[in-house]
Write a protein that binds this ligand. Sequence first.
Ligand code: PAF
Length: 282
Amino acid sequence: MSAPAPILRTLDELRSATRVWQRAGETIGVVPTMGALHDGHLSLVAAAKAACDRVVVTIFVNPKQFNNPDDLQNYPRTEEEDAHKLARFEVDALYVPNADQVYPDRFATTVSVSGLTDVMEGAYRPGHFDGMATVVTKLFLQTSASDAFFGEKDFQQLQVVRRLAADLDIPITVHGCPTIREIDGLAMSSRNLLLSDRARVTAPLLHEAMEKLAEGVAAGHPFGELQRATIDRLEKSGFTKVEYLEIRANDDLSLLDTPTRPARLFAAARLAGVRLIDNIAV
Ligand code: PAF
């Protein structure tokens, strides 16, 4: 059994470690997370281990990216289990900063990415992307990482992070890693822990319906009809609200009726009080 990674809670501790690695000319991979780690996160850790000399996993439930106080309150926090799950990867540090290490007194800066954040998650979760972009920028600068690893499950987030790193000249390579799914197709997410047993049985229908819609698009059926039928099916099966179900271009997330350039089908839907999001290539 491998030794658990050292847990660092202050920026000074983190910098003492990264300074030594940087002096030795080593690359540093960061995997930013909010904890409640699942196999999706662990696939990012594995990718970071394969690509970088040193790997830092961060766990910080970032209050600034929650637009709903209940969501923040209910977000699963499982630090001990998380550390246990990471042990076999032999990461170099687990950075679990105290809140004042990220947002000290009089903190007054917001990183805000325009355009990409106007749609989908940005439209339904006001302030979410500003909070996410601010904390990710801080984590990039705090860890001095050369490489960062994000899941395609949150594809819009991935594109926002790529934009901010390029716009702010942060010398980091942002890697997008494929979505990891449960055996029944449900995209892995820390929020799945909040699903009741009954809702967990219904949840994979979102991905199944999206795959079916994508097949319809590939066969040349009009998107509008497929979209209406899919929303109807999901809402009749127990989803209380489909917030969006749209095809958007990978690069600038502009809305498309037919995938005439690399594009994805994106969805967000509520099921028994839990908000699920997913996306697949079309
Ligand atoms: O995807 C997440 O878990 C969060 O948005 C992130 C990137 C860790 C920032 O808090």
